[in-house]
Design a protein around this ligand. Structure first.
Ligand SMILES: Cc1cc2nc3c(=O)[nH]c(=O)nc-3n(C[C@H](O)[C@H](O)[C@H](O)COP(=O)(O)O)c2cc1C
Length: 233
């Protein structure tokens, strides 16, 4: 019997059936309920489970099937502190004014919740037991984000399936070169995405999304049906 993928924090490979966990969740249900989980327990995550979610990443598409991705999973506490100490001030500076504006202008509650959750992550990043960096070989001196991002999405979906909390972040690029050197990545394999991973404090569930009926057109786009102003700039 597979252990319940939610609310438990199996610390080692011995407590968990790595082959079986996450295999039963239907694909579409999983992806509809893979909201960003930014409140994480500090409990350790077995490396074999990190291997499993990274393996899911390797099934992403990439131009010419070049598979440029590389993963660096940082579970060393000192290194995580180093990363968090740099991420926190940059994110606070970025999100602080946005939250103030959101409160002043009565942004929709889900937008404010999202901003506050990302601030929480920034303030607790050192506690996330795994900082998973997804990097990739450059091509013609350009990062191959078009391959790294689908790879990251596969990792997020795999985390959802096995019951791990995770979210997509890129803010570490503000100190990206320094960070890459710290984790041993050379210039031609820059990191693009940082996925903080851990056992969730809350639950997975459907994220707030506009109906597909406001986004889908057949044969011809109709601008008159699309909202004129975006909720946040
Ligand atoms: C390219 C990209 C960059 C992102 N960067 C960050 C980030 O630096 N920090 C963060 O907390 N979330 C980041 N996010 C996550 C988004 O904020 C998240 O997808 C959004 O809040 C929706 O969350 P939900 O699926 O729970 O509704 C990023 C997402 C994308 C696609």
């Amino acid at each position: 019997m597979t252990p319940s993928p939610s609310h438990e924090s199996p610390a080692s490979d011995l407590d968990i059936d790595i082959d079986a966990i996450g295999e039963e969740l239907p694909l579409l249900e999983g992806l509809r309920t893979a909201r960003a989980i930014r409140r994480l327990k500090p409990d350790p995550v077995p490396r074999s489970l990190i291997r499993k979610v990274c393996e899911a990443g390797t099934f992403a598409p990439s131009g010419g099937n070049r598979q440029p991705w590389m993963f660096v999973a940082v579970d060393d506490a000192e290194k995580r502190r180093w990363i968090a100490d740099r991420y926190r001030p940059v994110f606070q500076k970025y999100i602080g004014p946005a939250i103030e504006r959101g409160e002043r202008e009565n942004f929709a509650p889900h937008l404010l919740r999202n901003m506050r959750a990302s601030l929480y992550l920034a303030e607790h990043l050192h506690e996330a037991p795994v900082h998973l960096f997804i990097a990739g070989f450059t091509r013609r001196n350009e990062a191959q984000l078009q391959a790294i991002y689908p790879c990251a999405q596969n990792v997020l979906l795999a985390c959802r399936a096995v019951g791990l909390g995770a979210s997509f972040t890129t803010l570490h690029r503000a100190f990206g070169e320094e960070c890459d050197r710290m984790i041993g990545l050379p210039e031609n394999i820059p990191s693009a995405v940082l996925i903080p991973i851990g056992w969730p404090l809350g639950k997975h569930g459907r994220p707030p999304r506009a109906s597909v009926d406001t986004k889908l057109f057949f044969n011809e786009f109709d601008a008159s049906t699309v909202e004129k102003e975006r909720p946040i700039g």
